[in-house]
Design a protein around this ligand. Structure first.
Ligand code: ADP
Ligand code: MG
Length: 322
């Protein structure tokens, strides 16, 4: 299959919506969404075709806080995590849809280069026998004292563990994504000229029981899910935007060294040597490795503010075939 380098899947990290130190007001969200839309416009003007995915860690945490407050004050039953994931797809999808629509309109690109912007509520299949279900590792939501945590665990059937950063928190599994259920619809929309936002927050995790789908209480890593989306769409480039300009070896030590480019084999070697932290840079590099091994032309990891430069090869770290 020939892959078009100018067809890219852009994966937005947390800083696309909420920047460190911000309160996270609606105004903050809109300002950040418009800023992210500006970067996309520059890319679209260069003739790139894009699909978008994004993370949702902070937003799932916020929804969990709201639900726990609702339970405490009004005895409102909390929703399950798959439903919370669906909420974040609507929340962030809407922000991107409207900000990008308005920017495209302003630039005269709407109805010409791009037909429209649309979010697809995306379920992502995971294996019900994924070992992650036996070993939940992902901390989400508010922090509690031990006694309260144990009470909640009993009442709601949640797994609560002490957080290395202090206090007790809910932990949930993070299974490996297989792929988006709605891929055929997403493909059609992309082919028709729509910019699609899909697999938001890594997608809503679902398992198959016989042939039927069922949501599970888990979260999927957005970079790994982004790779599945990009590969299924046949994109040429996977562009992962985060809050560092490059991937480093020996990150956070006096010997740290930024990388401009890694072949897949080099990336695998560094990955095994433990240069990329689990839960942050680890899944991004793994997503890049998988993408290229699955036939993608290149994966680029770079800073949100340098998205355009990263595509031009003037910033970011590239993962390329051997
Ligand atoms: P995002 O919301 O974009 O997914 P993450 O916090 O999950 O952001 O991942 C980006 C973070 O990864 C950086 O802020 C950096 O602190 C961390 N990181 C861990 N290992 C590395 C590495 N080897 N090189 C660069 N950054 C790294
Ligand atoms: Mg992350």
């Amino acid at each position: 299959m020939s892959r078009d380098e100018k067809f890219l899947v852009v994966a937005f990290g947390g800083n696309a919506f909420q920047t460190k130190g911000e309160k996270g007001t609606p105004e903050d969200y809109w300002r950040n969404a418009y800023r992210s839309a500006e970067f996309l416009i520059k890319i679209i003007e260069e003739g790139y075709k894009i699909a978008i995915t994004h993370g949702n860690g902070p937003q799932v945490g916020i929804i969990a806080e709201w639900m726990m407050a609702g339970l405490k004050m009004k005895n409102l039953p909390p929703m399950t995590l798959d439903i919370a994931g669906a909420m974040t797809q609507g929340w962030l999808g809407y922000l991107i849809q409207q900000s990008l629509y308005n920017k495209l309109l302003e630039k005269g690109l709407l109805g010409t280069k791009v037909k429209g912007v649309v979010t697809v509520v995306t379920q992502v299949l995971v294996n019900k026998d994924d070992p992650a279900f036996q070993n939940p590792t992902k901390y989400i939501g508010p922090w509690y004292e031990e006694a309260e945590a144990k009470k909640i665990a009993e009442e709601l059937g949640w797994v609560m563990k002490p957080d290395p950063r202090g206090g007790w928190r809910r932990v949930v599994p993070s299974p490996d994504p297989i792929g988006p259920i709605e891929i055929d619809a997403i493909k059609k929309l992309v082919e028709e000229g729509f910019i699609v936002i899909a697999s938001g927050g890594g997608g809503i995790p679902v398992i198959k029981q016989d042939s039927a789908l069922k949501g599970v209480e888990a979260v999927i890593d957005k970079d790994l899910a982004g790779e599945r989306l990009a590969t299924a769409l046949g994109a040429g480039t996977l562009l992962i935007l985060t809050d560092v300009e490059k991937v480093y070896l020996n990150y956070g030590t006096p010997q740290q060294k930024p990388l401009d480019v890694m072949t897949v084999s080099e990336a695998e070697k560094y990955y095994k040597e433990g240069h990329f932290k689990p839960g942050s840079m680890g899944p991004k590099v793994l997503a890049g490795i998988r993408f290229v091994k699955n036939g993608g032309k290149q994966a680029i990891i770079g800073h949100l503010f340098k998205a355009y430069e990263a595509l031009k090869g003037e910033s970011g770290t590239r993962i390329i075939p051997d």
